[in-house]
Design a protein around this ligand. Structure first.
Ligand code: NAP
Length: 313
């Protein structure tokens, strides 16, 4: 048997509970993975709490998209994986589990120097950052304003944008300014007067903005500073984007991600794995909790914590 975290109603973190499930057997095109770490993402808690609407719950709902572990079985028609391989996966339906069967297309080999917790920290945050930067064509000559630079998405976006030749001004609390600076961005404190502080840091102007904060301030500052609204995107306030004439990459947007945007999100994981292995990319790890403590993990991310929270089965 295996263990999975589920919930059967919308509610607080306490509704998350472990259940026993049959050990997953991979179908054709799938591999089975013994999960060593599952990444805990804000969307997991938003769906659980109902802050992000989801279809009616008709059976125990599994939680979590991102994880890493060891291949335990390989289905028919799968090339490139063997039992015992260390892997990373993303886009799973139920990563908070001891074992999972998942399409091999969503699984990537994990270099020996990349830990399971690092691998489990990649899927959603790095995929989103990578896709947002690609969609906005951020590159050399750009002065990017990034809101929430010290978060998981923000840290990935800083590193990729700098790697791709852009200059990044990233909003942060004072407490986290060094984290953002160490990744290659110019930190700026969020809060009253943000637009003026950004203007003085970027006298030549800001050319693109990504909102991973979701505050009115982040949206307003972006539209005040950038004339071309097609180069402003929110990842959090998707429902407000059209009214502002800016772009949304999901985050509750009524417009789904395009096939190209989804492809970029998928492409990000192997790119990040290669960069991690080469020492050119980092992920900040946060608290690690036992799988059965998923409720506590959600409390932690809802109150805000530094680094990626991982569940360890
Ligand atoms: N659209 C998508 O597909 C997509 C994908 C991934 C994530 N998201 C969303 O993007 C957001 C960030 O995700 P994440 O994984 O990076 O979360 P996270 O790791 O929890 O980071 C959140 C960050 O928000 C910052 N913050 C808090 N208050 C702020 C404020 N008033 N102004 C600016 N920044 C503030 C915090 O920085 P300090 O500690 O410095 O205060 C923290 O680093 C979440 O809302 C998430 O749901 C959307």
């Amino acid at each position: 048997m295996a263990t999975a975290i589920v919930y059967t109603e919308i509610g607080g973190p306490e509704i998350l509970r472990p259940i026993e499930i049959p050990t997953p057997i991979p179908a054709a095109g799938q591999v089975a993975v013994r999960v060593e770490a599952a990444g805990v993402n804000p969307i997991d808690a938003k769906l659980r709490s109902g802050r992000r609407p989801s279809p009616k719950i008709t059976e125990p709902r599994r939680v979590g998209s991102d994880g890493a572990g060891i291949v335990t079985a390989v289905g028919d028609d799968v090339d490139g994986f063997r039992i015992g391989d260390a892997v990373v996966f993303s886009g799973a339906k139920g990563a908070y589990a001891s074992d999972i069967a998942i399409d091999a297309s969503r699984v990537h080999s994990r270099p020996a120097t990349v830990s399971a917790a690092q691998g489990a920290a990649l899927g959603i945050p790095v995929g989103t950052a990578y896709q947002a930067l690609r969609s906005l064509s951020v590159g050399p000559g750009d002065m990017l304003l990034l809101h929430a630079g010290s978060g998981a998405v923000g840290q990935a976006a800083i590193q990729l944008a700098v790697l791709w030749g852009a200059t990044v001004i990233a909003t942060t609390s004072d407490r986290r300014a060094d984290t953002v600076r160490d990744l290659g961005a110019i930190p700026v404190a969020y809060g009253d007067g943000l637009a003026d502080r950004v203007r003085s840091l970027a006298p030549g102007g800001v050319t693109a903005a990504i909102d991973a904060a979701g505050t009115d301030e982040a949206l307003q500052t972006s539209v005040d500073l950038i004339a071309d609204r097609s180069r402003i995107a929110t990842l959090v306030r998707g429902r407000d984007a059209a009214a502002l004439g800016i772009r949304a990459f999901s985050g509750g947007s009524p417009t789904p991600l395009t096939p190209q945007q989804l492809a970029w999100r998928d492409e990000a994981v192997p790119v990040a794995l290669a960069l991690l292995a080469a020492g050119r990319f980092s992920v900040e790890l946060g608290p690690r909790l036992a799988l059965a403590d998923a409720a506590e993990a959600h409390r932690l991310i809802e109150q805000g914590t530094d680094g990626k929270v991982a569940l360890i089965p």
